[in-house]
Design a protein around this ligand. Structure first.
Ligand SMILES: NC(=O)c1ccc[n+]([C@@H]2O[C@H](COP(=O)([O-])OP(=O)(O)OC[C@H]3O[C@@H](n4cnc5c(N)ncnc54)[C@H](O)[C@@H]3O)[C@@H](O)[C@H]2O)c1
Length: 333
């Protein structure tokens, strides 16, 4: 069934047949179960635990829940969980409004349905108990990610698949912390998760075909577009994007053009939806810096492509991290 047909069909159901949450909830899982039939063994993912309720984690939780998965959102404390809930709430309202324009009942039904699929937990062990799939979206630090997966490996179901949303760390290095490297892969979502269609599925040399197939099914069920990539620095998108962002910063640093003009040039001359400085702020300057620093240390990428930038380092050091802190290259207040 094409995406267009699925969307139209759902639209008709919600608009003409199912005016109540109750009916929507009954019919939606039937529609959504369609994709499961293609899984090669009978292992179907129903429960997903997402670790990290920040920018990415909250987005992944929202999309998974919207598409019928039972999701547990796990973070270190209630304050972080509450912030994650706020991110979901704001985004979900936008999605509901976009999908169901003037139909308030259908908007509320989508919001209620999504929340009915979400639980939260601040106990990392308990958070993993039900999971068929664990998606990790915590801080971009190899040791922290390894520590978490090592702990989860001992308590999660033996068949549970583990995935990391890392932007820049080698998946195979994170996977080494576990005894299930065949059930370990990268699932690289893009920001903002509810809007961005692409998900890179990263296969290490150990990732089994079965694991890849199941992850592919999960991503299809979320109506996203999966692409496969080997475990190579930056995968596809960031490998091309990060050197471009860094060269934009260096171009301004060298005094060759202003930040405003570089943003304008790339939007109007190269058809980019955002200028590189707007994109840096959107991604988070700390995230960008940690990717570049990591790659430089790693030595696998041409050093000129990942050379340091004083402007970037200074902004991060002063806590100006982009949109999330209210100021980066641009101001957001
Ligand atoms: N920001 C982006 O545009 C983007 C895009 C794709 C992938 N990523 C990757 O996604 C991951 C998360 O990025 P983000 O921007 O959402 O970060 P973020 O800082 O917004 O959120 C990280 C969250 O993880 C939580 N956390 C830390 N340790 C934890 C633990 N042991 N258990 C549970 N929660 C824990 C933190 O409390 C925080 O809420 C990173 O690996 C990053 O590289 C980021």
């Amino acid at each position: 069934m094409s995406k267009f047909v699925i969307s139209t069909f759902r639209g008709r159901l919600t608009n003409n047949v199912t005016k109540t949450t109750f009916k929507t909830n009954l019919i939606r899982p039937l529609l959504l179960s369609h994709n499961f039939s293609s899984t090669s063994n009978n292992y179907a993912v129903q429960n997903i635990s997402v670790y990290g309720s920040g920018l990415m984690g909250a987005g992944i939780v929202q999309v998974a829940a919207q598409y019928g998965f039972k999701v547990t959102m796990v973070d270190l404390n209630q304050e972080f969980i509450d912030r994650g809930k706020e991110i979901i709430n704001a985004s979900l309202k936008r999605v509901a409004k976009k999908q169901h324009k003037d139909d308030k009942a259908a908007q509320n039904a989508l919001i209620e349905y999504t929340w009915s699929n979400i639980e939260t937990d601040i106990d990392s062990v308990r958070g993993a108990e039900k999971a068929d799939l664990i998606v990790e979206a915590i801080v971009e630090n190899l040791q922290t990610k390894q520590n978490l997966f090592q702990q989860l490996d001992k308590v999660a179901k033996p068949n549970a698949i583990f995935a990391s949303n890392t932007s820049s760390l080698p998946i195979s290095e994170i996977a080494k912390a576990t005894q299930r490297q065949d059930k370990f892969a990268g699932l690289h979502f893009f920001n903002p998760v509810p809007q961005m269609k692409l998900v890179e599925i990263i296969k290490t040399s150990q990732t089994s075909k079965e694991t890849y197939k199941i992850l592919n099914d999960v991503i299809m069920k979320m109506e996203k577009a999966p692409v496969i990539c080997k475990d190579t620095p930056g995968f596809i998108v960031n490998r091309l994007l990060v050197p471009y962002l860094m060269e934009s910063i260096r171009l301004v640093e060298r005094g060759e053009a202003s930040m405003k003009d570089v943003d304008t040039a790339m939007k109007l001359g190269a058809g980019m939806p955002m200028g590189p400085f707007e994109l840096c702020d959107f991604v988070g300057l700390d995230t960008l810096k940690s990717i570049v620093d990591g790659w430089r240390k790693d030595g696998k990428i041409d050093a000129n492509l990942v050379a340091t930038s004083k402007i970037l380092d200074d902004l991060v050091e002063s806590g100006h991290l982009g949109r999330k802190s209210g100021k980066g290259f641009h101001k957001y207040v």
